[in-house]
Design a protein around this ligand. Structure first.
Ligand code: SPV
Ligand code: MN
Length: 630
């Protein structure tokens, strides 16, 4: 330990806490904690080890401070974020870029020295009178080739508690890391709080990423996506680390899909927020390894994947017994769960789309709430926020996959990209090859902005691989890394594109929420060469007879030829318009886009034009040739 850090730590920490910190031989860690103390000036410091006692203390303090309140069900609590703090805040999330470095202009950025001065200025003295918690956690299973040790200092017991449900404890792992071992550091302060323990200075909210030091600062916010270091703050650092080391860090779920004869096949899926990602990962009868962040490595020619996390911070809106029976049941069962920004009445949580009538009054993110209550601008406040969430550990779920903690991960057979596309892409298709999938489905992923990000909803945008907000290297380089990764694999995962949001010309959705299960089962059959496909201009699509088997089998409903034709007709004008948007994006925003991106898009255009030449603007799937096997 350096003498300066030692002086600060000895002065500020109790002998017990000092002993816990000194047991870790990592000068970067000591310097980081000492700096956080000097800057934020907490009244006390609690160093949290992996012991049940320390973790129980965090849980207890979150209740005592009022950051969480008990609900009626054993182990359940609720937390509220302020009205201006209900989602990830892109505007104030910035990369701190040294003068001699460049990032894609699509990324929100600020000169490093300027940003550091600003955010450190806001953090100065921010923890006065409060306790700072120091937590050690691992991204990826602890003690594996995938793991990344992380330390977070925070003055929020809610944040510290959430991390317990979401990540693997790593104090013991830290003790074994050799001196000089690299780690990610996160410093968070909720800033000034009101009587209800809610951050008040939301105009001074800042999330600044100092990638040159693997450190992220976050202040005047409590929303987990802005504060829990290991979530999206870390992902921005991990993308850079993966780039340096030749693996991939992705914004993807990880799940096991059961097939005939009891086999299990692993899939990963990238969906922008609020596009059905967690719901897919939690499909009944399948197993879940993760719902948000996955790491892929080439191990002996096989793509192996782990979940960076160990819990779920999921959107609760529309979780109901019909569409999401597994999550719904888990959320009604005693056990540790934090609900955020729901409506509470008589100790019970309520949310939008839960499948029952909601109370007319209660407590929500606006304080005491009653039907018809308006905000300062006269806008009606909903009973629960659309981005209300639940936080649970995967280990508490019945459908958790037994391989969750496997240090070598699971072999990955399929990758799914899903956007929110009302007009163009069919509900499910398989790419012709790795490059086509990465470019036409991943890099072309389009969505509309949703409530999970502050700002206007419904604005169409490209969100490549659904990870664009977190790509901290040039976007073209990121796409290139994906292309390259597949080339090194002996049998790369198949790539699929899904679209749960296709609508007809009247604006009606063409699929029911549960239909996604059929698409997933079809993919499983494709991986094993047990379903044929038709070769459409945008990819390989299912044959009618396979869907006519799967729909009744899985969902107990029939699937007509008319359904099929409506859903799988290739809409040439809409697809050409999509290609134009994607090309324009890569042409203008991504100066280092690999040439293959434009080649693959051009080939797709040619196939579409050819189909139009033969069959017109709207091409029924029945025109496409059948491909046997893969
Ligand atoms: C997302 O919005 O993609 C999430 C939740 O997974 S957050 O933690 O806010 O990023
Ligand atoms: Mn996410």
């Amino acid at each position: 330990m350096g003498p300066e850090a030692e002086e600060v730590l000895r002065r500020k920490l109790s002998p017990e806490n000092y002993r816990k910190l000194a047991a870790i031989k990592n000068p970067t860690l000591h310097a980081f904690v000492a700096d956080a103390i000097t800057l934020c000036d907490p009244a006390a410091v609690f160093v949290c080890t992996d012991s049940a006692e320390d973790i129980a203390y965090i849980r207890q303090r979150a209740l005592e401070t009022g950051e969480e309140r008990k609900l009626a069900t054993e182990g359940h609590t609720v937390h509220f974020d302020g009205p201006q703090d209900q989602g990830r805040d892109r505007e104030v999330t910035r990369y701190l870029v040294p003068r001699d470095d460049r990032l894609s202009k699509a990324l929100n950025q600020l000169e490093r020295e300027v940003g550091l001065a600003e955010v450190r200025g806001l953090l100065k003295g921010s923890m006065r009178g409060r306790t700072m918690v120091v937590r050690f956690l691992s991204l990826g299973p602890a003690g594996s080739v995938f793991s990344i040790p992380c330390v977070q200092c925070t003055d929020s017991f809610y944040v510290a508690h959430s991390k317990d449900l979401l990540y693997r404890p790593a104090y013991e792992q830290f003790k074994r890391v050799e001196e000089g071992g690299k780690l990610f550091c996160f410093l968070h302060s909720a800033g000034r709080l009101d009587r209800d323990m809610v951050s008040v200075d939301s105009d001074k909210k800042r999330i600044y990423i100092d990638y040159t030091r693997d450190t992220v600062y976050s202040v005047n916010t409590q929303y987990a996506g802005n504060t829990i270091g290991l979530k999206k703050l870390a992902l921005r650092l991990t993308v850079r680390k993966a780039d340096r080391e030749g693996w991939l860090a992705e914004h993807m779920f990880l799940m096991g899909v059961r097939g005939p004869g009891g086999r299990k096949t692993y899939f990963a899926g990238a969906f922008p927020s609020a596009c059905g990602k967690t719901a897919t990962a939690m499909l009944p009868g399948e197993t879940i390894l993760g719902d948000d962040i996955a790491y892929f490595r080439n191990i002996g020619g096989v793509c192996r994947a782990v979940n960076a996390e160990a819990g779920i911070f999921g959107i609760i809106q529309n979780v109901n017994p019909v569409d999401d029976p597994v999550i719904y049941e888990a959320l009604g069962t005693p056990g540790e769960a934090i609900f955020s920004n729901v409506l509470v009445k008589d100790g019970r949580p309520y949310w939008l789309g839960m499948g029952c009538e909601l109370p007319k009054e209660g407590v929500n993110f606006s304080g005491r709430w009653h039907e018809g209550k308006t905000d300062a601008g006269g806008i009606k406040i909903p009973p629960a926020h659309k981005n209300a969430r639940y936080t649970v550990a995967l280990r508490a779920l019945k459908n958790v996959d037994p391989e969750l903690e496997n240090p070598s991960g699971v072999p990955l057979s399929g990758i799914i990209y899903g956007g929110r596309d009302a007009k163009a892409y069919v509900p499910v298709q398989q790419s012709f090859d790795w490059n086509h999938g990465i470019v036409a489905y991943g890099a072309s992923l389009e969505t509309e902005t949703t409530f999970a990000i502050l700002g206007q909803e419904g604005v169409p945008e490209i969100n490549l691989m659904s990870i664009q907000d977190f790509v901290s290297i040039p976007l073209g380089k990121y796409v290139q890394n994906n292309l390259q990764f597949g080339r090194g694999l002996s049998r790369p995962p198949l790539i699929f594109g899904v679209n749960y949001f296709l609508r007809d010309s009247q604006g009606k959705f063409l699929n029911a929420v549960r239909d996604k299960h059929v698409w997933i089962k079809w993919m499983e059959l494709r991986v094993h060469g047990e379903a044929d496909a038709l070769r459409a201009p945008t990819g390989c699509i299912p044959c009618l007879e396979d869907l006519q088997q799967l729909f009744p089998q899985l969902l107990g409903k029939s699937y007509s030829r008319q359904d099929y034709v409506e859903q799988f007709t290739i809409r040439v004008p809409e697809n050409l318009a999509k290609l134009d948007r994607v090309e324009r994006f890569f042409g203008s925003e991504v100066p280092d886009a690999p040439p293959v991106v434009f080649e693959v898009l051009e080939q797709q255009r040619r196939r579409l034009l050819e189909a139009r030449g033969r069959f017109g603007d709207y091409v029924s799937p029945e025109h496409f040739p059948r491909l046997c096997g893969l």
